[in-house]
Design a protein around this ligand. Structure first.
Ligand code: SME
Length: 164
């Protein structure tokens, strides 16, 4: 199946998931599972959420994920590709992680990575991080798909936080 059609199909499944989700956490759990199952080059898929522990600097804390356990469960904003995406509020795509000095290794098999911030009311609230065992796995269509996921989660967080 051409990648563009696959992305359209998966987007519809994600929209359905968002409609049925009872909470943002529920949506994130379903989303990481669906992405890892349906997108064959997405080998590790996980959310990091921004938290500010009392008396500490904000940091990224591992949330829902699919794939092997990572040593990076808490990432300061000045570290890693994850820190770069959260602190800049911009999507970061790395075609070859071995050439990026910011990269924090999760698995020796990882070759490329995409990290997309999740916004709530215009502010970064977390991010969706995906690693691939294939170099340059994340093309324009993938970026569009992952940004779509981040938007769905941001909107669900906004809706459920408002309801509180
Ligand atoms: N590679 C990330 C760390 C998270 S693991 O990939 C799951 C980074 O460089 O920030």
């Amino acid at each position: 199946m051409p990648i563009a059609s696959k992305v359209q199909e998966v987007k519809q499944e994600l929209a359905q998931l968002a409609q049925n989700a009872t909470s943002a956490h529920d949506l994130m759990l379903g989303m990481v599972k669906l992405l890892q199952e349906r997108m064959l080059k997405y080998n590790w898929v996980g959310f990091y959420m921004l938290e500010t522990p009392p008396g500490e600097q904000p940091l990224l804390v591992l949330g829902a994920f699919q794939g092997a356990m990572t040593p990076h469960t808490r990432i300061p904003l000045h570290q890693g590709i994850c820190g770069a995406a959260a602190s800049s509020g911009k999507t970061v795509v790395v075609d070859d992680v071995s050439k990026d000095p910011r990269y924090l290794a999760c698995s020796l098999e990882t070759k490329s990575e995409i990290v997309v911030p999740v916004f709530v009311k215009g502010k970064v609230a977390g991010e969706l991080d995906i690693d691939s065992h294939f170099p340059a796995a994340f093309k324009d269509e993938d970026r569009e798909l992952v940004e779509y996921c981040a938007t769905l989660v941001g909107k669900t967080l906004e809706r459920t936080q408002q309801a509180k």
